[in-house]
Design a protein around this ligand. Structure first.
Ligand SMILES: [Zn+2]
Ligand SMILES: [Zn+2]
Length: 240
């Protein structure tokens, strides 16, 4: 048994399967920690907005902001302020409840369908934001990678790990100042095997669980663009 499986098993014993929204006891087969009614209550974001200025835009980043960001667009399924959504992400990450990848990925899929993005995202590869090895061992998994794998089954796009962590950084969530977040993440990523990877892919969708300032996705996108990738979208469950 893999380490994270044992961990998940033990956590399941400690935390009985109650819906994390309404606390109702769930059936064993409802292994996703949320009941259908609470899942339905999560309000998905409406429309696509430029992640820099907030303007509604069909593609993502608006024309005016294009020079300010390496991201072609940033798609977020829901608002991080949503209490149930926040709780789901929190437990997924900090209590290592792996099975939450299913409903969280489902929210992204529902959002893509609602905004008719699923048919537009062709010929892309999905690249998860990498974790440092230390954090991955602690958590037992990389949450972004699990989400990317779930989404890939739906979009029929391959998951390609193009990036790795170059340095250990403080968690972005612990830093409130935007400029400091940017500094903290600066230089954090590099391409894996850049000699072989550069030029092989033209379009990438970066997958992460949460984007607050967007600094992590922007830094990752910057590295990919420098390596010759033409289009980089960010795709997250929630935007803070
Ligand atoms: Zn519930
Ligand atoms: Zn804009």
């Amino acid at each position: 048994m893999k380490l994270y499986t044992i961990r998940t098993f033990l956590l399941d014993l400690v935390f009985p399967k109650r819906c994390l929204g309404c606390q109702k006891e769930l059936k064993v087969k409802d292994a996703f920690f949320i009941c259908g009614a609470c899942f339905e209550k999560i309000a998905l974001n409406s429309g696509i907005r430029c992640h820099i200025c907030g303007l509604r835009n069909k593609k993502g980043t608006c024309r005016r902001c294009r020079k300010k960001t390496p991201l072609t667009g940033l798609f977020a399924a829901g608002p991080y302020q949503d209490q149930i959504l926040k709780e789901m992400i929190h437990r997924f990450k900090y209590q290592s409840i792996e099975s939450l990848k299913k409903p969280l990925a489902q929210l992204i899929i529902n959002y893509l369908e609602k905004e008719l993005l699923n048919n537009k995202l062709k010929n892309y590869v999905l690249t998860p934001i990498p974790l440092s090895l230390r954090r991955k061992i602690n958590r037992g998994f990389n949450q972004s990678e699990l989400l990317a794998v779930e989404i890939s089954k739906y979009l029929n796009l391959p998951v390609v790990n193009l990036l790795k962590r170059k340095k250990f950084t403080a968690p972005q969530a612990d830093i409130s100042d935007w400029q400091k977040r940017k500094e903290n993440i600066s230089g954090a990523f590099e391409m894996i095997d850049s000699k072989n990877q550069s030029g092989r892919y033209k379009k990438v969708i970066l997958v992460d669980d949460v984007a607050t300032s967007g600094a992590t996705l922007e830094e990752a996108a910057r590295v990919l663009k420098e390596a010759g990738i033409k289009e980089v979208y960010g795709l997250v469950v929630a935007r803070g």
